[in-house]
Design a protein around this ligand. Structure first.
Ligand code: PLP
Length: 393
């Protein structure tokens, strides 16, 4: 390895020896192509023509009036497949092509990353196989169908809790066995080095656009940026371009589930402790014996017991602040944005919207300029929201 992949003491490479050559190959390919002209021309082309970039930085006039702040929404919800995930799957998909890989594997929880990978595989002509917990397959039949329509094969995982963390373990096993022809396309800024660095790189496009757009509209930097945190990729993507601008407050919003004291939440940074999960050192949810706890959130994207290592570093160095919003409060955010702006957010993004409401109500924040990263759209969540609202559809 050329780099150690550490953010302070977090991150690194905690994997079986057998995986090291694969990670080395990936690191060197990524470092070679990330500044390569042809690679970037191709990536920019597909980000624009296939995914729909740039996304707008939309001034939310009604919400601004209501909350007494200047509120901008970074519209990642407008992208193909409905969320920021496509930025990373395009980046890694094209990298896999440059590396000559003939097969892509991925893991998925609710199916969003699986879909973003499946469509990119279809577009590039590379077969995709997606590991998914059998419990999740049962809960997310529509997304399984979407992946299959895009030509991907969905492989049920029947071990452990039969959810995302078990799917990641099986995908890692597959990769060890097939590393020569296969790229493992991880969906968030987590996992062993070089994934956190690489996924961040492919998501920095959010932060770069946001910075240019806000300077054009306001002639100055925002006072605060708010983004939801599952594995941490949309948030690190937008935070990345403001890390050195100390005056910009960076706030990550985790899934508070049924409350931080309920034991049923996904608030890894707010309530977790240091440990190793899926190849890197970070904050994780674990019991006193170091067993991984199950995460809980109404939004599948925030339902992960780990978090990308750079966020652990930003937390302990106080560069970013992390808060949690409960399921119930997230629904308020969901309704607020839908009603006032005509924009139905993903449940993940609704956590950030609801924290915005709380933040704007603090007297010293009156009149501030705030950017909320709207990581995705809510179409996928309609049935869950209707159930929570006790509406029959
Ligand atoms: C997957 C997902 C998330 C959480 O993932 P991050 O890596 O933390 O960004 C957030 N919002 C949406 C819409 C998602 O699909």
């Amino acid at each position: 390895m050329i780099l150690d992949g550490k953010f302070g003491k977090y991150g690194g490479i905690f994997v079986p020896e057998l995986l090291i050559p694969a990670l080395e190959e990936l690191e060197s390919a990524f470092l070679k192509y990330k500044d390569d002209k042809d690679f970037n021309t191709e990536l920019d082309y597909y980000l624009r023509e296939f995914a729909g970039r740039p996304t707008s930085l939309y001034f939310a006039r009604n919400l601004s009036e209501k909350l007494g702040c200047k509120i901008y929404l970074k519209r990642e919800d407008m992208l193909h497949t409905g969320a920021h995930k496509i930025n990373n799957t395009l980046g890694q998909g094209i990298l896999a092509k440059y590396m000559g890989k003939k097969r892509i594997i991925a893991e998925t929880g609710a199916g969003q990353h699986g879909i973003a990978t499946a469509v990119v595989g279809s577009m590039l002509g590379i077969p995709v196989e997606v590991y998914m917990g059998s419990e999740d397959i049962e809960r997310q039949k529509l997304n399984v169908f979407r992946m299959e329509l895009s030509g991907a094969k969905v492989i049920p995982v029947k071990t452990g809790s039969r959810t995302l963390k078990d799917a990641i373990n099986d995908a890692l096993r597959d990769w060890i066995a097939n590393v020569e022809n296969t790229h493992y396309l991880i969906g968030s800024s987590m996992g062993p080095h070089p994934y956190p660095m690489m996924v961040k790189h492919f998501q920095t496009v959010i932060g770069k656009e946001t910075k240019n757009q806000i300077l054009e509209k306001e002639n100055e930097l925002p006072d605060a940026i708010i983004a939801c945190v599952g594995g941490g990729s949309n948030s690190i993507g937008i935070f990345s371009q403001f890390l050195d601008d100390e005056e910009v407050e960076l706030i990550g919003v985790e899934g508070g589930g049924e409350g931080l004291d309920s034991g049923k939440h996904g608030a890894t940074l707010c309530r977790g402790s240091e440990g190793v999960l899926h190849g890197s050192l970070s904050f994780i949810l674990q019991n006193d014996d170091g067993q991984i706890s199950e995460a809980h959130s109404v939004s599948a994207g925030l339902d992960y017991p780990g978090v990308g290592p750079e966020h652990s570093y930003l937390k302990v160095t106080d560069r970013a602040k992390y808060v949690a919003i409960t399921n119930k409060d997230a629904l308020r955010g969901f309704e607020l944005l839908s009603k006032y702006e005509g924009i139905i957010p993903a449940l993940e993004s609704a956590h950030a919207v609801e924290y915005l409401e709380k933040y704007a109500k603090i007297p010293e924040n009156e009149g501030k300029t705030i950017v909320v990263n709207l990581s995705g759209r809510g179409d996928k969540d309609m049935f869950i929201v209707a159930r929570e609202m006790e509406v029959k559809i």
